[in-house]
Design a protein around this ligand. Structure first.
Ligand SMILES: [Fe+2]
Length: 390
């Protein structure tokens, strides 16, 4: 699409204003210089930076800015000349002005179509795998059908995406009721909405939960979009939201051979104020004995957040059948389950973790191979994230 924009130099050339019909963006001259998408600044092979950005003169200015079709040509006071793709530049300017990362669709109990994928199709076809990964990114979960009902039946699809994360529990582990449970997951209790393992570092990125048998009475899965809940909290109770984003709490896990500890806020923002990660694990949270006033504030905020994440309005219910699995974003979703009675039959699920970096990388690589092959030959320039993720 051809865009028209008006570039104007400001602050004696230390800033550039871009105005289009729909928006206005400001850029620092130094940012534009260090992100210059050319082979003098970036290695064409790796896209990695060749110049030392920290040594650029702090009084660097833009001496000339002009549009050439879809490109913005800039000349800097250090003599460097470059041209940006105008769309990419505008998108880069927009990406930091939203409260959620680009490309996400937030949902509640009214979600009409649960994102679904077919195991064999995702194994055999890169296009189907990309669709599955895009849905996983967009909604934070996918239900996959047709998984072999063997103990490690999901392994073949994990191998298509990234390494299985091994923990002290092993690789793919059982989730079933056992007499000597080392975790409440392995009892018949209902589980409140939670994120998994906030006591690990890094916290597991994606949970793969595979159903072998589910004949027990109850044991339905519950899912809540934690980002939707956080957004609601911010709208309804901004002070509670602020409290939960600022005060870090702590989480612990202990068994005979392992002692794990992690910390962080229930709602974590990135450096630009966007939702980055949620945590909730009643079973394992042990907040330090802060000042009583601080704790009173925190407890009220946590209770309000808990009411939201357990509300019918935000909760999607589903029951996994044998041969189905859920892949869940453990940085965004709260998952739980209703209590179950073994008198009704056997309930045996298997669970594994896959990290976020390998999952995101696979999605980006498939996107560039299948949807935008021309990007493969370009060095990494201004972020294409938004374009990639739509
Ligand atoms: Fe869990």
């Amino acid at each position: 699409m051809t865009l028209s924009a008006t570039p104007t130099l400001q602050a004696q050339g230390r800033r550039l204003r871009l105005r289009t019909q729909d928006c206005e963006r400001q850029f620092a001259a130094l940012w534009l210089r260090e992100r210059a998408p050319d082979s003098e600044t970036l290695d064409p092979q790796t896209g990695q930076r060749l110049i030392e950005a920290a040594q650029l003169p702090l009084d660097l200015t833009i001496e000339d800015a002009r549009l050439e079709a879809d490109r913005l040509r800039l000349r800097f006071s250090d003599g460097h000349d470059t041209a940006f793709d105008l769309n990419a530049l505008l998108e880069a300017g927009e990406a930091v002005r939203t409260d959620i990362p680009a490309g996400l669709t937030l949902w509640d109990s009214r979600l009409e179509r649960l994102p679904e994928a077919d195991f064999a199709a995702a194994l055999e076809s890169d296009a189907r795998l990309l669709e599955m990964l895009e849905d996983l990114h967009r909604y934070g979960f996918v239900r996959v059908r047709g998984v072999p009902t063997e103990e490690d039946g999901m392994q073949a699809l994990i191998d298509r995406i990234g390494p299985l994360r091994r923990t002290n529990w092993g690789g793919i582990a059982d989730v079933k009721s056992v007499p000597q449970a080392y975790d409440l997951t392995m009892t018949q209790r209902g589980l409140e909405p939670h994120t998994d393992n906030p006591y690990r570092d890094p916290i597991p990125g994606y949970i793969w939960l595979h159903c072998l048998t589910n004949a027990a009475e109850g044991g339905d899965s519950t899912l809540v979009d934690g980002f939707k809940a956080a957004q609601r909290l911010r709208e309804e109770a901004p002070e509670d939201y602020a409290c939960l984003t600022r005060l870090a709490t702590e989480f612990f896990y202990t068994d005979q051979t392992t002692r794990l500890a992690g910390e962080g806020p229930l709602i974590e923002l990135d450096s630009q104020g966007r939702l980055h990660r949620v945590r909730f694990s009643n079973r394992t949270e042990r907040i330090p004995a802060h000042d009583p006033e601080v704790l009173e504030r925190y407890y009220a905020a946590r209770q309000r957040f808990y009411e939201l994440i357990t509300s019918d309005e935000l909760t999607v219910h589903l029951k996994l059948d044998p041969g189905e699995m859920l892949i869940m974003d453990n940085y965004r979703l709260f998952h739980g389950r209703t209590a179950f009675q073994l008198e009704g039959g056997v309930r045996h699920l298997r669970q594994g973790y896959v990290d976020r970096d390998s999952t995101a990388s696979r999605r980006r690589v498939l996107f560039s191979q299948l949807r935008a092959p021309q990007l493969q030959t370009q060095p990494a320039t201004a972020p294409k994230e938004k374009e990639e993720l739509q």
